[in-house]
Design a protein around this ligand. Sequence first.
Ligand code: HEM
Length: 413
Amino acid sequence: MASKNSLMSWIDRRLPVTENLERHLTKHPVPSKVNFFYLFGALLMVVFMIQVITGIWLMMFYTNTEEGAFASVEYIMRDVEYGWLMRYMHSTGASAFFFLMYFHMFRGLLYGSYQKPKELVWLFGCFLLFLLMAEGFLGYVLPWGQMSYWAANVILSLFGAIPFIGESLQVWIQGDYVLSGATLSRFFALHVVVVPLLMIALVVFHIFALHEVGAGNPEGVDIEKYRDKTGMPLDGKPFHPYKTFGALPAIGIFFIVFFAIVYYAPTGGGYFIEKPNFEEANFLKTPEHIAPVWYYAPFYSILRAVTFGIPFLGITSKFLGFIIFAASIAILFIVPWLDRSKVQSIRYKGIFSKIAMIMFATSFITLGYLGTKPVNEIRTLIAQICTIFYFLPFILMPIYTKYEKTLEVPDRL
Ligand code: HEM
C-alpha cells in the first residue's frame, strides 16, 4: 500500500514497509480482553534486549582465557565505569529471563495456547527454552568461579555417561581431556554469537507464526467470527497503539522490581549468583555442595532423583537420569498433540485438567526447591514422587482431555 509521502511511496514500491507495518502493527487485531499472563511475552522481549546490550558491554572488557577470565570479571566490577551495573543487570537479567519464560509457558498450558493452529508458535517457543537453557549454562561458566567450574563438570560428565560414544563426545565438547581454557573459549564463542543469533531468529519466527494465526485469549474464544465493517474483529483491537502502549505500565513495574534487585540484592541471596562463584575456579578444591542456579533446579532435581534412585538394567543410573532429565524438557514439545480437548482454556476444561495443572505446578516448584538443597534420603524420595507427578499430567493428557466433561465456550469475549 503506497503512502502519500513521496519518499515513503518510493520505498514502498521497492520494499513494502507500510504494508507490513499495517499488517503487523496498526491493523493487526489482538483480543480486546486478556489478563496479566499475556504481558510476559512483551517483558521477555525487554529482557532479551537488556541481555544483548549489557552483554555487548561486558564483552568489551571480559577476557576469555583460563588465566584471565576471573580477574577480568573482578576488573569489570571494580574498575570499569558502571561495570558493576552492567554485570549485575546481566546476571539478574538471566534470572528474570527464566522467571518470565516459566510464567509465559505456564500461561500457554493454562489457556491451551499451543492448540491448533498455534502448534508452531509453541514449538518455536520450546526451542527458545532449550536455547535459553544452553545460553544460561554457557554464560555461567564464563566468570570461571568455583561454581562455574564444578557445575560445568557435573553437566559435562552427563554427556560422558552416554554408553559407547559418551567419553569421546565429552572430550569433543570440552575440546580437551578436562574442563579447561579450551572449553572456556569455545563456550564464550557459543554464548556471545551462536546461541544469541539462533535465539533472535527463533523469536522472529515465533512472532511471525503468531501473527499468521492470531493471538489467543484466556477464554479460548475465536475472535475472528464477528467483524465490523472495517474488517476488525468485534472483540479485537489493533495491536498498535493499544497493545504497544498498554504494555508500558507493565514494563515500568518490571523495571522498578528489576532495578530494586540489581541495586539491593544483586546476588539474589545466593540464588542468582552463588557464593562459591566469588572464588576463582580451583580444580583441586570441590565445593561442599554443588547446586545449580535456581532456574535449572527443577530439572536438576529430576536428574538427581533418577540418578540416585534407579540403578538397574546395566545402564548406569547416571545415564538413565540424563534420559529422564532430557525427557522432562522434550515432553513439552509434544504437548499440542497430547491435548485432545474440544476447548482451549482451563476455564472450560474439566476437573481432571484442573487437577493436572495443579499437580504439574506443585511438583515443578517442589522439585525446584529440592534441586537447590543437598541430597538426603527423604529429599530423594520426595523428588522421585514429584518426578512422577511432573510427567503424569502430560502422559495421561490424551485420555483425560478426551473424556472429561467440558463447559460451553461463549461466542464473544
Ligand atoms: C525468548 C523467549 C520468548 C519471547 C521473546 C516470546 C515472545 C512472545 C510474545 C511477544 C508473544 C505475544 C504476546 C503474548 O502472548 O505474551 C508470545 C506469544 C506466545 N508464546 Fe512466546 N516468547 C518466548 C518464549 C516462549 C516459550 C518458551 C514458549 C512455550 C514453549 C512460548 C509460547 C508462546 C505461545 C503459545 C504464544 C501465543 C499465546 C497466545 O496468543 O495465545 N513462548 N511470545
